[in-house]
Design a protein around this ligand. Sequence first.
Ligand code: PLP
Length: 401
Amino acid sequence: LSIWSAVPAGPPDPILGVTEAFKADKDPRKINLGVGAYRDENGKPYVLNAVKKAEEILVQQNPDKEYLPITGLPEFTQAAAKLAYGAESVPLNESRVAVTQSISGTGALRIGGAFLGRFYPHTKTIYLPVPSWGNHTPIFRDSGLEVKGYRYFDKKTVGLDFAGLKEDLKNMPEKSIVLLHACAHNPTGVDPTPEQWKEISDIVKEKSLFPFFDMAYQGFASGSTSRDAFAVRHFISEGHQIALSQSFAKNMGLYGERVGAFSIITADPEERARVDSQLKIVIRPMYSNPPLHGARIASTILRNDELYGLWESEVKHMANRIIQMRDRLYANLVDLKTPGEWSHITKQIGMFSFTGLTQPQTKALAEKAHIYMTADGRISMAGLNAKNIDYFSESVSKAVK
Ligand code: PLP
């Protein structure tokens, strides 16, 4: 008998399962709207020109391959923090932001979870929006936190359940940890307005909640990195000590390079140094130190004016292409006299749209139209382009009629 004979088979990953079904489909019209990675006008993966140029510079510099420090490349972490908090950020300029490089956004959340699990001095319960990114629950559970939810999405309006959200925040035990998507909420594409963020910040303050921001899409939502950082910067200006996860997967297209950062606001440089030392103790036994290449690319872009400008224009281009696809999809669905109200498609923001399509409808789209999305009706807007948007719109229209 094998040692592992009692290991039960786990369920397949719901998103990777969509890709499998897509790959097996031989129809030329097939569309994959499952995966959360940007696709260009031709449906192809896109390597940013800013990234290619940074890599050329790096080849010229011919750097060595020595280990990075445990918390990563200092130029990168400083530039990443500046991007998130802004050049004028008070805590940053007072040297009281503890920041470490991470294995992209997932790794940042995991370091943050582990740090809170070890040192958060109050009840270690984290509240996630319902729904949230599917990986949040296992990340925080594996970090040793208890995971609960707060209302976020309203199925009826396909928008934000702001009343439910506020009520749930107000009813949380004081000093609970609350996870907030900084912008481009995944999977719904529904974000609070700046005014609503201000109210959220007030309640978080009233209840002494600890805000942990997940910022996986800075720049990707609106096309502007500073507009997308509104919530994070507003909370800082209100004096909140926040934790922050950053990813450069989407906004720099560095998915597989695994570039990210985790940071936490402390009271003063002495406290920052203590927190820093403990972040190192969390990270060292996990993976010792982070990979070099992606951090070098990101830091080259963030620290070079010309490349920074090029990157900003490319982020804007990606965000605008997605916004255009939202407009086209909405206009098509209206033209086709599709039953129902579809304005949420243009109100939502970022990579994803929660279409409101039901499970039987998404199943019918896969079987009859060769269109693949997650069973909750979420589509990756980046999978749509001028060549497939009309076919997609017609198929959706048929599926709901
Ligand atoms: N957080 C959210 C909300 C996401 O959507 C994602 C990616 O889809 C991530 C974090 C982390 O992604 P990565 O680990 O590739 O940076």
